[in-house]
Design a protein around this ligand. Structure first.
Ligand code: GLN
Length: 490
């Protein structure tokens, strides 16, 4: 048997249900792993070991009762997990990786956290992130950088880099991340785990601290596709507290995992294999696509002509929304407060100057500029129009195929420090993951091989509410390969 900290949630569930392990043992094993390696990985901002162990004991009692009554429990009952620090957890510090929220303890939990807790999952702590989820490497965290478990001199990706690194290294069985322009999928790709960004509105954003409200979605980071389906099944669904949440039935995502993809039409966008993609990455992804063809899928050439507009469009819309969302951090109601001046405007200025890091300030300025009276039409309004064109590209493509495939990230994990001085280079990390949130559609990244010893991710993109098809293709690929079973040597 694998080490307890290396189990998937569904494997752990089998053992828990059969009474071969207890949740207390499992939780303790993962906490021990954290003690052993987190000084090297630095995945967590906050740990809650006592609460986790106490909850594990409660869950064990519940499990015993269910076993006695022959009542099948939730598949996540007793499974320890991590939560990205942009998601509110009642009573547990939530900072968004920012000094401006240091010490903030939310009075309530996000809907996703409530749902997972009700399903019996056990929260181990909060994971590191780029400040307010703005970044692709966790280097924009106001506290420290997380290290990639496959090579600790490299970044884990971002902004959900803490969650991805925790899952990859055995420091959590699964985790939650958020994706506004790639922040679940890109770190999943760089850390060799599975990461899904659901359709906009599929998962409640209540209690998710907003970055760009028309793009943000919470998604699972897991060790395989089955776990991804299980976690999605728990967190998805309507929530009256999020006005953008979709009021539609939730499919049984696990039942969608059929290994057969014969006859399914898979589109390969020509724009996803361009200059800038590392040749070895392109090679690995091409081989993965060939395998899908061998499994009986019908391959279709498609085009997403506005792909090159995704980056400028995203970097107008996301900062514009961020500049409005981040206006609330003024030092009055919560978080950091620098009030010495006896002058409210001066206090706001001092608080925001001291509390926000350079990337967040850059985005607030970009966004405020794009929204300002003289420039609104030229920038923000124009970006909204191009956003529609990007969405129409996908509509066109999905009239010819069921899913699209390509690389998640143009490169493998890069060295810590390599891109910090060059924001544009950093922004290019997300070149293939920016357009799906702009179009509101789902995408998953799954491990599909290695380049120079570092993991490569295959991205599978579906139409709105196409999660079942996306998961089915991901599962078929996973069933035919062994990549998801590889663990970094630490
Ligand atoms: N890297 C992108 C950004 O910095 C995406 C971040 C995200 O998805 N949260 O905006």
């Amino acid at each position: 048997m694998a080490a307890l900290h290396d189990l998937t949630a569904h494997e752990a569930h089998e053992l828990l249900w059969r009474g071969e392990i207890s949740s207390l043992e499992l939780t303790q094993a993962v906490l021990d792993r954290i003690v052993e390696i987190d000084n090297e990985i630095k995945a967590y901002l906050t740990l809650t070991p006592e609460a986790a162990l106490e909850r594990a004991r409660e869950v064990d009692t519940l499990l015993a009762a269910k076993r006695r009554d022959g009542e099948e429990p939730s598949p996540l009952l007793g499974v320890p997990m991590a939560v990205k620090d942009v998601i509110c957890t009642e009573g547990i510090e939530t900072t968004c990786g920012s000094k401006i929220l240091e010490g903030f303890i939310p009075p309530y939990s996000a809907t996703v956290v409530e749902r997972l807790t009700e399903a019996g999952a056990i929260i181990l702590g909060k994971t590191n992130t780029d400040e307010f989820a703005m970044g692709s490497s966790t280097e924009n965290s106001g506290f420290f950088t997380t290290h990639n478990p496959w090579d600790t001199s490299r970044v884990p990706g971002g902004s959900s880099g803490g969650s991805a690194a925790a899952v990859a290294s055995g420091e959590a069985i699964f985790a939650l991340g958020t994706d506004t322009g790639g922040s679940v999928r890109q770190p999943a790709s760089l850390c060799g785990v599975v990461g899904l960004k659901p359709t906009y509105g599929r998962v409640s954003r209540y209690g998710l601290i907003a970055f760009a409200s028309s793009l943000d979605q919470i998604g699972p980071l897991t060790r395989d596709v089955t776990d991804c389906a299980l976690v999605l099944g728990v967190v998805a669904g309507h929530d009256p507290r999020d006005s953008t949440s979709l009021n539609l039935p939730i499919p049984n995502y696990r039942e969608a995992l059929l290994p057969d993809i014969k006859g399914l039409r898979i589109g390969v966008p020509e724009e996803y294999f361009v200059e800038g993609v590392e040749p070895q990455v392109a090679e690995v992804v091409r081989a993965a696509i060939d395998l899908l063809a061998d499994l009986g899928a019908e391959m279709v050439e498609v085009s997403l002509p506005h792909t090159e507009c995704a980056l400028p469009t995203y970097y107008l819309i996301a900062p514009a929304e961020a500049s409005a969302n981040l206006a609330r951090y003024d030092g009055v109601k919560y978080g950091l407060s620098c009030s010495e001046a006896n002058d409210i405007w001066e206090d706001y200025r001092r608080t925001r100057e001291a509390g926000f890091g350079p990337e967040v300030k850059r985005r607030i300025m970009l966004g405020a500029y794009a929204l300002s009276a003289g420039y609104y039409d030229a920038y923000y309004l124009k970006a909204q129009k191009v956003r529609t064109l990007i969405k129409e590209d996908f509509d066109q493509a999905f009239s010819k195929c069921d899913v699209l495939v390509g690389p998640t990230s143009p490169t493998v994990a890069f060295k810590i420090g390599e891109r910090v001085e060059d924001p544009l280079q950093m922004y290019l990390s997300d070149i293939f993951t920016l357009s799906q949130p702009l179009a509101g559609i789902p995408g998953i990244s799954i491990p599909c091989g290695f380049a120079g010893g570092l993991p490569v991710g295959l991205q599978i993109i579906g139409p709105a509410l196409g999660e079942e098809t996306v998961l089915r293709v991901a599962y078929a690929y996973e069933e035919a390969t062994e990549w998801h079973k590889m663990r970094p040597q630490l």
